[in-house]
Write a protein that binds this ligand. Sequence first.
Ligand SMILES: NC(=O)c1ccc[n+]([C@@H]2O[C@H](COP(=O)([O-])OP(=O)(O)OC[C@H]3O[C@@H](n4cnc5c(N)ncnc54)[C@H](O)[C@@H]3O)[C@@H](O)[C@H]2O)c1
Ligand SMILES: [Zn+2]
Ligand SMILES: [Zn+2]
Length: 352
Amino acid sequence: MTERPSTMQAWTKVRDEEGGFSLTTHPVPSPGPGEVLVKTKATSVCGTDLHIWKWDDWSRENVPLGTVTGHETCGEVVALGDGVTTHAPGDLVAIECHLACWSCPRCDEGNAHVCENGSIFGVHQHGAFAPYFVIPAVNARHVPEGLDPAHASIQDPLGNAIHTLTGGPVEGATVAVHGLGPIGLFAVNAAKAMGATKVIAVDWDNTYRMDLARSLGADVVLGKDDDVVASIFAATDGRGVDNACEFSGSPAALANCIRSTRMGGYVNILSVYGNGMPNVPMNEVVFRYLHLKGINGRKMWSTWDVMHDLLARGAIDVDKVLTHRMPIQAFNEAVTLAMSGDCGKVVLDFEA
Ligand SMILES: NC(=O)c1ccc[n+]([C@@H]2O[C@H](COP(=O)([O-])OP(=O)(O)OC[C@H]3O[C@@H](n4cnc5c(N)ncnc54)[C@H](O)[C@@H]3O)[C@@H](O)[C@H]2O)c1
Ligand SMILES: [Zn+2]
Ligand SMILES: [Zn+2]
């Protein structure tokens, strides 16, 4: 076994500007009580990383300069802090990035993903665009046997997709997925795997992603040249879908979701809306008796359990959504590619 170094080079947001990342020297951290030290194997690029790159208002308020970012990751446990009995060196783990206090009312009621004292790994504190990181042991989830670390690293967005889908019926239901970014693509894949009778995939103009959705099993694929609402009614015997999931961040798509969901149906919203307040047809929510639900993160741990089962039985075609793998040295290129949209998920691999 190779000796652990005392310092490491990690991608760090160092400048108060767009871009503004440098490969910077940090000490290799030591695990505190209840924590594990993880040697990183693969970290994928998330939309949140793009916000931090662009340095928008949210990032400026939330990410301290000097932070090592990156939160969608998989690695090997190499050391244990005091009191950790759940893990052993050599364990392959993927990370739940929502760090919870486990003692507030939200944690007590099973909603630790919206812990009142929560913070996010790789956003509010050092993350995984680094060769080593520390994390509470409870957030280091064991990976299904034999899974490629790059595939294991995408459980954060796959979990977002599953959490959103499971806000409504999936098995035996008609499902619409609006927005075919990496999370929407995972939702198309997961909805089929979970037994949806029909999956309707909607993007605006990204034909690359629309083709990917088709190859992941979408029954109907729609874009800007279609009348989305009329096409969804036509595909569902004039009823609308049972379960509409919004992953585009576009208020127009949210309005389409509301208008094309059946009476008493479910609209689940993961998207974050950029500027201003989305202008949406609220009276349709009322008169059509819709269940409108905001989704954040992943349920700890029921979303992970569903995901673990799907991955363990090979029901998710991660290879198709994971379109690009690059070495960690190519961080800037990976972010630029992810920003272009000419990709599914982009994953950065670390040296063994
Ligand atoms: N709540 C959470 O916990 C959480 C976590 C992660 C991401 N998010 C949000 O989820 C959303 C999805 O993230 P992502 O990285 O997969 O997305 P992305 O930004 O990569 O992709 C969005 C897709 O939506 C498409 N689109 C644009 N306008 C559209 C329209 N009118 N109708 C249909 N499609 C349209 C775009 O062409 C693009 O392919 C983002 O808004 C992101 O901020 C939320
Ligand atoms: Zn993420
Ligand atoms: Zn809490």
